[in-house]
Every structure is written in structure tokens, then in C-alpha cells.
Design a protein around this ligand. Structure first.
Ligand code: FES
Ligand SMILES: [Fe+2]
Length: 333
């Protein structure tokens, strides 16, 4: 049974989504340079989370709900000890979610030790803060995500930008596995040279190869040997290989905010952090105007990628169909 039907079938309203349509995955949440308030409320896969930085400059994530009476922890403050203090009754939590103080009450240590806010594991990768979408108590850190070497390195080497799309994340993700749209969606920008090719009867042959991380896709024009390559890293990273150097790659993440909204985040890598300034311009001047062209069409679609079984697919939709099979299995798991 698809998970998002559970609520309809059982009629039981749940208190929380618990990341249930995007379970047990590492995903970026926000670029580091946008973590500008402490604490910071955000939403991921339908779950409200609070991000906060302790006094050792480590970022932590908790479900944004105080275990006492459910107030949003993000309304609170970070104390000088680096604990997040709830604004309602002042209970304080450390970065592991452990309650450190319950004011006005003389709690025994053993009673205090039993009070925990729900922690969400975090990591810093490629200039962004990542979280692991589970609310189960974990004894060990979850396994690292399989990622390209191009996301390794000092956070200063990466330029990350994001925009919000009013679309389900799978619609956005499918757009970044799609070779057939650039001549039309991007006719005015990167698709100009493909427009004439498409309109004069040119054809593409798309090869999709499953890999340990997801899949690699190549699009060959007619009988030519040259191709454009895309890589998909489960669950929500596409790499657009604009050239052989990692400097020319565009990493695109489709981050689910909730059923109707997706944060599309691009990450560019520079060869050293000294070049960051030039990359910033490059990224804002070129990448995001192109994403705006995608956004208009993707926002005109509705539901998730499985919501309309009448949709018609053709050979150039091969990568999208592979992604659909993976997504269906995710919902059924
Ligand atoms: S609701 Fe947070 S301390 Fe009471
Ligand atoms: Fe596009």
C-alpha cells in the first residue's frame, strides 16, 4: 500500500508525518550561508525541524516540538551553554536532544535523563547542512550517503543557491533526468542549438545504466558518438555534466519541503576557495535563470510523478521511468 494512502484508508489522523514519504535518507536542507539565525525553523518532507548552532559552532537539528507541551522549539533561544531553551517553560535541550534543565522543578537526574527532544542527525557536505530523515532513536550514525568526489572538500569551495518551486519533489527531480525538454523549455538559453535539431527531425538515443549510486544517463544525437551525460544519485541529486571538469558540473538537489513545495538547490564547486567570488556571479547569472525556465513548466504539473497513470511515455523518457520505478518501491517499502 502506498504510504500516503494510509491516512485515507485508516481514517486515523496522525500528529506528525515523520518524514514518511521520504524515509531514512540523507538530504541537504539549506546552504550553510543561509543559516543566518540561531535557532532557525524550517520544514523538510512535511516535518517541521529546528536547526541550531551550539557554542562550539556545531549545527544540530531537532523536531520542532518541545516534548513538554509541544511548543515550537524554534521560538526559543540558544543559551550561553549552547542549549536550545524552549520559550514556553524554559526547558533546555542540548544538540543530542537531551533535556538539560526543567526550571521551577526539583527533578532528580534520573528523571531529567529520561526527557529527550527528537534529534535528527546532521552533517556538513558540499557547502550545505544535511540531515537524515528519521525520527527513530539511533544507536549509531546512519551510513554515509554515496556521493561524487566533487562534493568532497572544504565548505568554502562550494557555492550553493536555492529557489522554491510549488511542485512535488518528484516532479522537480524528474525534470533533471530529462533530455528531451531543453530544445523547448530552454529554447532561449541552453537549448537554442538543440531547437533546430529537434524541429528538423533530429532524434536522440538515451542510454540508462544502473549504478551503485543510482544511474548514469547519456543522450546521443542521431548516430553521433558525442553525448550529454547526467548522473542521478539516490534520492535527489542530479549532476549535469557541462564538460569534463568537476568545475563545470552543476549539482542539483530537489529537496522535499512538503507535498506541494520543493527547494531546488544548485551546488557548484570551485577549484580553490579563492575563486568563489567569480563562481558566485556565474551561478547567479546563469544557473538560476535557466532553473526559472524549468520552474514554470514543472509548477504547471500536478501531484507527484505517479498521480496520473494516464501519462504517456516514449523512449526518451527512459531515465524518468527508471526513477518512477524506484520511487514506487520507496513508497511501498
Ligand atoms: S512546552 Fe516547552 S517547556 Fe513547556
Ligand atoms: Fe531544464
Amino acid at each position: 500500500m502506498r504510504r500516503h494512502n494510509n491516512l485515507l484508508v485508516t481514517g486515523v489522523e496522525k500528529m506528525t508525518t515523520m518524514f514518511e514519504q521520504f524515509p531514512n535518507r540523507w538530504t541537504p536542507v539549506l546552504p550553510l550561508n543561509e543559516l543566518t539565525s540561531n535557532p532557525l525553523a524550517t520544514e523538510l518532507a512535511g516535518e517541521r525541524i529546528v536547526l541550531f548552532q551550539d557554542n562550539e559552532q556545531q549545527w544540530h537539528a531537532l523536531i520542532d516540538r518541545c516534548p513538554h507541551r509541544g511548543a515550537a522549539l524554534s521560538l526559543g533561544q540558544v543559551t550561553e551553554e549552547g542549549h536550545l531553551r524552549c520559550r514556553y517553560h524554559g526547558w533546555r535541550y542540548d544538540g543530542t536532544g537531551q533535556c538539560m534543565a526543567v526550571p521551577l522543578n526539583n527533578l532528580k537526574d534520573t528523571a531529567l535523563a529520561k526527557i529527550r527532544a527528537t534529534v535528527v542527525p546532521t552533517k556538513i557536505i558540499g557547502g550545505a547542512l544535511w540531515v537524515y530523515t528519521t525520527t527513530e532513536p539511533l544507536t549509531d550514525m546512519p551510513p554515509d550517503p554515496i556521493l561524487p568526489d566533487s562534493l568532497d572538500g572544504d565548505p568554502d569551495m562550494f557555492i550553493a543557491h536555492h529557489q522554491e518551486w510549488q511542485a512535488h519533489w518528484t516532479r522537480a527531480q524528474e525534470n533533471f533526468l530529462d533530455f528531451a525538454h531543453p530544445p523547448y523549455t530552454h529554447e532561449q538559453t541552453i537549448g537554442t542549438y538543440l531547437y533546430d535539431f529537434a524541429e528538423t527531425g533530429g532524434t536522440v538515443r538515451v542510454e540508462t545504466e544502473p549504478t551503485e549510486f543510482g544511474m548514469t544517463m547519456k543522450s546521443f544525437r542521431d548516430a553521433s558518438d558525442s553525448y550529454f551525460r547526467l548522473d542521478w544519485y539516490r534520492p535527489n541529486l542530479s549532476i549535469l555534466n557541462f564538460g569534463t571538469s568537476t568545475k563545470n558540473w552543476m549539482h542539483v538537489f530537489c529537496i522535499p519541503i512538503n507535498e506541494k513545495n520543493t527547494r531546488v538547490m544548485t551546488v557548484r564547486r570551485s577549484s580553490t576557495s579563492r575563486h568563489v567570488e567569480g563562481f558566485e556571479r556565474h551561478t547567479t547569472d546563469t544557473d538560476h535563470p535557466i532553473l526559472d525556465e524549468d520552474r514554470i513548466v514543472v509548477e504547471s504539473q500536478s501531484g507527484d510523478i505517479l498521480s496520473n497513470p494516464q501519462e504517456i511515455s516514449v523512449a526518451s523518457d527512459g531515465p524518468a521511468l527508471a526513477f518512477r520505478r524506484w520511487y514506487e518501491a520507496l513508497l511501498d517499502s
